[in-house]
Design a protein around this ligand. Structure first.
Ligand code: NI
Ligand code: MN
Length: 220
């Protein structure tokens, strides 16, 4: 599976001729290297309603005739804006043509310009036997130990709105992924972090930390 970081919490996953995008915050993201119109995907996954995650989801879904996959209330918000959608909810999994998606809990909020749009989530995405866990925006929680097995965990380290470095290091200890990629940092001043601190925190661990620059890809 090819995993590409597009800055903040946005990733593109590609495998077996299929591709999906998660949390496509591009147009208003100072770190993003691509535009919504450049994105060619089979589905658009969104963890919660905050602007830095919903971002350009509706536009990308419409351009690609691809469904928005998200918690029920957030899908309703996107379909009211003209996208198609596949509603899911926490704990549920579904097989799509591109792979399997399961929604996990995330401890955070989920509002959009319409108000509350349900619960936030994380995603477990399995494509061709490889599983990526996108934690969404969340605090550390001990039930992370129930998530998995995970090949690659995408974890927020920005602090203030989500886990910081110290808790993200603990999260890796609970999830025990093969690879961990930090996200949700340096987009705004309030979430400035040194990702090398995350790497140092995991020295001696069996998990390999990969720090990706926006636009950079890695093989999972
Ligand atoms: Ni958020
Ligand atoms: Mn966020």
């Amino acid at each position: 599976m090819k995993l590409t970081y597009e800055g903040h919490a946005c990733f593109i996953l590609e495998s077996g001729g299929h591709s999906i995008i998660i949390d496509p915050f591009l147009k208003d993201n100072p770190l993003a290297r691509i535009k919504p119109e450049d994105v060619k995907v089979d589905a658009v996954l969104v963890t919660h309603g905050h602007f830095d995650h919903v971002g350009d989801a509706v536009e990308i879904a419409k351009n690609n005739n691809a469904p928005v996959i998200a918690p029920f209330e957030l899908v309703n918000y996107c379909t009211e804006k003209g996208a198609t959608g596949h509603p899911m909810h926490i704990g549920g999994a579904h097989e799509f043509p591109f792979g399997r998606v399961k929604l996990t809990i995330a401890f955070h909020g989920s509002t959009a310009d319409a108000g509350a749009v349900g619960s936030p989530c994380g995603f477990l995405v399995t494509m061709d036997g490889k599983t990526v866990y996108h934690a969404g925006d969340t605090a550390l929680f001990s039930d992370m130990s129930l998530i998995g097995p995970v090949d690659c965990a995408l974890l927020p380290i920005g602090d203030n709105f989500t886990m910081g470095v110290e808790d993200a290091v603990k999260a890796v200890g609970l999830i025990k992924p093969r690879i961990a990629v930090p996200m949700h940092y340096n987009t705004f001043d309030v979430i400035k972090q040194d990702p090398e601190e995350f790497r140092r925190g995991l020295e001696g661990s069996t998990t390999e930390v990969r720090i990706l620059a926006p636009g950079e890809s890695t093989e999972v």
